[in-house]
Design a protein around this ligand. Structure first.
Ligand SMILES: C=C(O[C@@H]1C=C(C(=O)O)C=C[C@H]1O)C(=O)O
Ligand SMILES: NC(=O)CC[C@H](N)C(=O)O
Length: 826
């Protein structure tokens, strides 16, 4: 039965789910609470699949400052039955942190059941005279037993059916004080038990007992607070607590004359009110202007018929003896693009990549690259000539993005690019079973997050004084995406490995030019036969190479970045060790004040290259990349070179940012796979004789050395796995990613301007899939080939030991620039 046809008193008799207002205090976990509430709704009505319309009739989400209090009170509150107040940064006594939540709690006339989580819980306590103080030991991402105190009222309670001692995750620096607690108005329902981990620079890690207030309720009004996070992935009984809150709401509705007083009471939120919810915004139009009404969507996904059609041919590759899969990728890329002026290579140099290693080889020559500069909102499209014609650039489009489109919708680079991307989709009937099928290859710099959530670039936080800002003009664009209309995709995970040559031809029936982006009409192969010819030529080249004699070994000599004598790159930290340690101190201070759960602090290491050292060509850049890749083969390798600005990226990232897989016409799988916790590994023993174990074979690894190395390696792995700080960091990032996937991705919670480092590199395939890595372990060349920058950093919590954090930065740097930290112990 649709929710709308239920009887108006259904809430009171328990058959109907209450309509819930979730107030977001700008927290990283709010959408995990929404997920709990949505799951409850789906279970209740037996709805399996996401039904957004249904959810929007039952749940609405607003930001704490989205509407003035009188609007919330007069327009929204009459249409909801209960309120959930989210966690959040800061303190509930600050209007800027808590917004309308204070009034929502105090509002006695229109009293509705309230569940406050963490900041929300603290806000309830504060409203009735309790004091909020700093915790003696802040707790972020630790599981803690919760002791339930008796609450025997004979009516539904928040912890009904839950055993005392259940374990829940805590993320807080502030707490409700026992000193001066207003026992006449509020009742403590639960306390922390056991002990938690702490860190001090004098004592290192240690454990302290904990017994802070973990839950409370108002004695007369239906106001409940929990200090822990029921929505965390590791909390027990999260769903049960929500069930109990629903039962409390039903009970309240039954006992009060609430239903009678709400004439016209209906079981769903009316559409005009639901339109005020954040859920009414979709990801195309997600923006950060809380005062304006939700914009209209103008989705323009093409129906079935794409502008381009795909032509493809596959070649099975027998791996030549003595060559591993990664080397095969290197050689094939050298064969096809080794002398290319603008190589674009997304390279799985490690065959255990989730989903099977795939290398994508393409060029920016003979096609167009979209560039975006955040400052000035400038989009430009540059077309490059074919490689043999010198690959000369020509500007074919340039515009400042308007703030709004003709319909009044906000315009961002994302909405602009979405329109362009939609016009390059291929017909589903053309799609192959390949992860990349032509499309767009490039990167988004870290600051592109400002383009989605409207955050100001936070240059001040931790170290702009030390020169973190960059000079305009010379630096890399904030985003570059090259339209790849021809490429070779190498699937290394297959047996035998397979290379597929792909090209986009103009689609016969759908040739009309799109008015907004007529420049797209000039791209791709004009006809299927031209595309087919190119595909054939490339396949023949690969077959001939397989059949013919190949040069032994690889074709480039080793000059590891920063290590070679000819190419002595003196990378210098932007923040010195002492400055970085200070910045760690300031970051930890922010966490102690309740402003953040976890901060990913980063530093940059830079070298200015003299004219003779400058990296001016793709060949030079390729050499650096190959050396990095040899030292540190990674699932997400990348080599991108932009010849006209002599700028490029060499990346050996181990970390997936986000992938979208097309599983069926309406079935897409989204994955984020963050890494937290990094440790140094000893190098794997090399092939050859070993003096220690009288192993003299030149063609094998010493078995004893290998055995010892394996033991050492798994010891390091399990130490990392069991470490309480690393586990907390992981838990936090998992909860954060769940929140992001439940809403829209809002970037990671880090805060220094970083450029390409910490951004994302990857592809948007023409069949609707995407895969992006997190840009770490990466060298960026800009300033016309005269500057190299490498970023490195790590996640910080209150358990972080500053010196260990600096060592972690050195470890990360060492993987790509070994000369910097030659004294590091192995
Ligand atoms: C910031 C970096 O890494 C981030 C932090 C990590 C950590 O704390 O272990 C691991 C991977 C990254 O998401 C970096 O490597 O520079
Ligand atoms: N998770 C939260 O809501 C945290 C609340 C508050 N900022 C604190 O640190 O205690």
């Amino acid at each position: 039965m649709p929710a709308s046809s239920r009887s108006s008193s259904a809430v009171a008799d328990g058959r109907e789910l209450p309509r819930t207002l979730l107030v977001d205090n700008y927290d990283s976990y709010t959408f995990n609470l929404l997920q709990l509430l949505t799951q409850k709704a789906k279970q209740h009505y037996g709805i399996e699949d996401a039904d957004n319309d249904f959810v929007r009739q039952k749940l609405m989400v607003i930001r704490n400052d989205q509407y003035p209090w009188h609007v919330v009170r007069d327009r929204i509150l009459p249409h909801v039955d209960c309120i959930v107040i989210s966690p959040g940064p800061g303190s509930p006594d600050r209007q800027a942190d808590f917004g309308v939540c204070t009034e929502l709690i105090r509002n006695a006339e229109q009293a509705k059941p309230v569940l406050g989580v963490c900041l929300g819980h603290q806000g309830i306590a504060l409203a009735f005279g309790a004091r909020i103080r700093r915790c003696a030991t802040p707790v972020h991402g630790q599981l803690c037993p919760i002791e339930i105190l008796s609450d025997d009222t004979g009516r539904p309670g928040l912890f009904d059916g839950i055993e005392s001692g259940f374990r829940a995750v805590r993320y807080h620096s502030l707490t409700v004080s026992d000193d001066g607690f207003p026992h006449h108005e509020l009742q403590v329902l639960a306390r922390a038990a056991g002990s938690i981990h702490a860190f001090s620079e004098h004592c290192g890690r240690f454990q302290v007992p904990t017994n802070e207030i973990m839950a409370l309720k108002h004695r007369d009004r239906p106001l409940y607070g929990v200090q822990f996070h029921p929505e965390s992935i590791c909390s027990e009984y999260g769903a049960r607590i929500i069930d109990n809150f629903v039962a409390i709401t039903h009970d309240y509705a039954r006992r009060s004359d609430f239903v009678a007083h709400n004439s016209g009471y209906a079981s769903r939120i009316p559409p005009e009110i639901a339109a005020m919810s954040l859920l009414a915004l979709d990801d195309r139009t997600w923006h950060c202007d809380p005062s304006s009404p939700p914009p209209l969507s103008q989705s323009s996904l093409p129906g079935g018929c794409g502008r381009f059609a795909l032509v493809a041919e596959s070649v099975d590759l027998a791996i030549p003896g003595g060559m591993d899969a990664a080397e095969l990728g290197d050689q094939l890329q050298a064969l096809l693009y080794g002398n290319d002026a603008m190589p674009l290579w997304l390279d799985s140099a490690k065959s255990d990549t989730p989903g099977g290693a795939v290398s994508i080889m393409a060029s920016g020559c003979g096609t167009a690259t979209v560039r975006y500069q955040l400052s000035g909102r400038q989009v430009s499209v540059v077309a490059f000539g074919a490689d043999d014609g010198g690959c000369g650039p020509e500007s074919i489009y340039s515009a400042r993005l308007p703030d709004r489109d003709a319909l009044g919708n906000p315009v961002s680079f994302w909405t602009w690019m979405q329109d362009v991307y939609d016009q390059t989709l291929i017909s589903p009937s053309d799609a192959q079973s390949l992860r990349f099928q032509c499309g767009w290859i490039g990167y988004f710099a870290y600051e592109m997050k400002n383009e989605c959530v409207g955050m100001a670039t936070n240059c001040e936080a931790f170290g702009s004084h030390a020169g973190v800002q960059q000079e305009p003009g010379q630096r890399m664009p904030d985003a570059q995406l090259t339209f790849v209309d021809r490429c070779v995709v190498l699937e290394l995970g297959r047996e035998p490995p397979r290379a597929t040559v792909l090209a986009l031809a103009a689609h016969g029936e759908c040739r009309r030019a799109a008015p907004a982006h007529s420049w797209l009409a000039s791209l791709g192969f004009g006809s299927r036969s031209l595309a087919a010819t190119w595909v054939r030529e490339q396949s023949c080249k690969i077959r001939a190479w397989l059949a013919g004699p190949r040069p032994a070994g690889t074709h480039v000599s080793a000059h590891p970045l920063g290590e070679s004598s000819e190419q002595m790159l003196r990378l210098r930290p932007v923040l010195s060790r002492d400055e970085y340690l200070d910045a760690i101190g300031r970051a930890k201070q922010q966490i102690l004040q309740g402003e953040s759960y976890e901060i990913c602090l980063t530093n940059q290491f830079r070298a200015t290259l003299s004219d003779s050292q400058a990296i001016k060509t793709s060949t030079q850049m390729r050499r650096h990349y190959i050396n990095m890749r040899r030292r540190n083969p990674a699932p997400y390798g990348a080599l991108l070179w932009y010849s006209d600005i002599a700028a490029g990226i060499a990346s050996c990232s181990p970390e997936r940012f986000l992938s979208i897989e097309q599983c069926g016409p309406d079935d897409r799988r989204v994955e984020m796979k963050p890494i937290k916790g990094t440790t140094r590994r000893r190098p794997r023993p090399a092939i050859g004789p070993c003096s220690e174990h009288t192993h003299g074979d030149h063609s094998a690894v010493c078995a004893e050395c290998l055995r010892q190395w394996e033991i050492d390696d798994s010891r390091r792995a399990s130490e990392l796995e069991m470490d309480v700080k690393e586990r907390a960091e992981n838990l936090m990032i998992v909860d954060l990613v769940r929140h992001d996937l439940n809403s829209v991705s809002n970037g990671n919670p880090e805060s220094i301007p970083r450029g390409v480092y910490s951004g994302a590199i990857g592809y948007l395939s023409a069949h609707g899939a995407a895969d992006f890595s997190v840009v770490i372990r990466t060298a960026v060349v800009d300033h016309c080939g005269t500057r190299v920058s490498v970023g490195a950093g790590g996640a910080l919590t209150t358990l972080s030991d500053p010196k260990a954090e600096w060592a972690e930065v050195e470890t990360k740097l060492y993987t790509i620039a070994p000369s910097l930290s030659p004294t590091l112990p192995v």
